[in-house]
Design a protein around this ligand. Structure first.
Ligand code: TPP
Ligand code: MG
Length: 365
């Protein structure tokens, strides 16, 4: 019988308090594979990627950037819970998950610079292309999960990332309905960062988001999204359930978008700085640092080494970004479809003629 697991886990699962104190949760013991130092390093490095990318956008080197600031724990904890064969479907802010899948951050910068439309091989990294159409990827993930189910693959699961705002999209409800009735091996990982651009979470739902799944007949759980250990443990358990034939789980990672929606947004227009200050005290990186230092698991040498790595990565990103070649204008029409398409062909011809109309103009001047 599918969907018999409890839906009654109402509290926020937390394994590490904002002060860096380790607490236990009976349903989510931390397994021995949890590499806390490794996850600290991951979070510091992805925050550095983010900081550099915002600066590069400000310098005109990127067209746009969607910041993950504040959501490092949700992304690294869940990303590190995946096994090598699991498939992840991101939205557009999952740079931390991309990191855990071994994707070179330069692939993300290419996309946000407009050099290409995303060219990594989803199968190679088990990390699908970014999806801008809000909520769409929940259907892709559900279809993929139903596919591996039909292939009889037992050691694979699927995770899909989406935001609080996306829960208002029809696509997400459809994905919930399909995955539930077909018992698809998919984990719905909702990063509730409290905002959908300028729309606050209370404009999306009167009920806590993790309860949404109960109406569809599968369990939902709310986890402290700024606690990397809890995100890791909760996601691991949900993925194991999916692989075990128990169907989908909704995870609501309760977190906060500390930066702007994207570099085109100005959050001071719609939210109070006091809210940001409250969340700053729950910083996902600081609590792990405090825990590692206080418990003696890591000392000054470790933190200095991570810092040096971040410096090196920052330099590589800055230089790499400036060296990216400009694309040929007609490349825009490549990779739209796998096979020839008459509409794309006609548009290419039109644009070729348009570009040709500039030839000779320079000579005339
Ligand atoms: C179908 C669709 N409608 C509207 C938009 C414009 N849009 C881009 S991001 C966004 C807000 C999404 O908020 P949320 O799901 O909470 O994700 P977050 O950006 O906070 O990570 C909207 C409405 C879009 N990209 N796709
Ligand atoms: Mg949001």
């Amino acid at each position: 019988m599918p969907n018999v697991r409890s839906t009654a886990e109402t509290e926020l699962v937390q394994l590490l308090t904002p002060e860096g104190e380790r607490v236990e949760h009976p349903g989510y013991p931390l397994d021995d594979n949890a590499d806390i130092e490794g996850m600290y390093r991951d979070m510091v490095l992805v925050r550095r990627i983010d900081t550099e990318a915002i600066a590069l956008q400000r310098q005109g080197e990127l067209g746009l950037w969607a910041s993950l600031l504040g959501q490092e724990a949700a992304q690294i904890g869940s990303g590190r819970a995946l096994s090598a064969k699991d498939m992840a479907f991101p939205s557009y802010r999952e740079h931390g998950v991309a990191w855990t899948r071994g994707l070179d951050p330069m692939r993300l910068l290419e996309l946000f610079r407009g050099v290409n439309n995303g060219t990594w091989d989803p199968e190679e990294h088990k990390f699908h292309l970014y999806t801008i159409v809000i909520g769409d990827q929940t259907l892709h993930a559900t279809g993929y999960a139903m596919g591996i189910q039909r292939d009889g693959t037992e050691d694979e699961a699927v995770i899909v990332y989406f935001g609080d705002g996306a829960t208002s999209q029809g696509d997400v409800s459809e994905a919930f309905a399909w995955s539930s009735v077909f018992n698809a091996p998919v984990v719905f990982f909702c990063q509730n960062n409290q905002w959908a651009i300028s729309a606050p979470q209370e404009r999306q739902s009167r009920a806590p988001l993790y309860l949404r799944s109960s109406g569809f007949g599968f369990p939902g759980i709310r986890v402290d999204g700024n606690d990397v250990l809890a995100c890791y443990a909760v996601t691991k358990k949900a993925l194991a359930a999916a692989r075990d034939g128990q169907g989908p789980t909704l995870i609501e990672a309760f977190t906060y978008r500390m930066g702007a929606h994207t570099t085109t947004d100005d959050p001071t227009r719609y939210r109070l700085s006091s809210e940001l200050e409250t969340w700053r005290l729950r910083d996902p990186i600081e609590r792990v640092r405090a825990y590692l230092a206080r418990s003696g698991q890591a000392g000054a040498a470790f933190f200095a080494q991570v810092e040096a790595e971040a410096e090196e990565l920052g330099a590589r990103i800055r230089e790499g970004c400036r060296r990216l070649p400009d694309p040929a204008p007609l490349d825009l029409f490549e990779h739209v479809y796998a096979t020839p398409n008459s509409i794309v062909d006609a548009e290419r011809d039109l644009y070729t003629a348009y570009l040709a109309s500039f030839e000779g103009e320079g000579a005339a001047r």
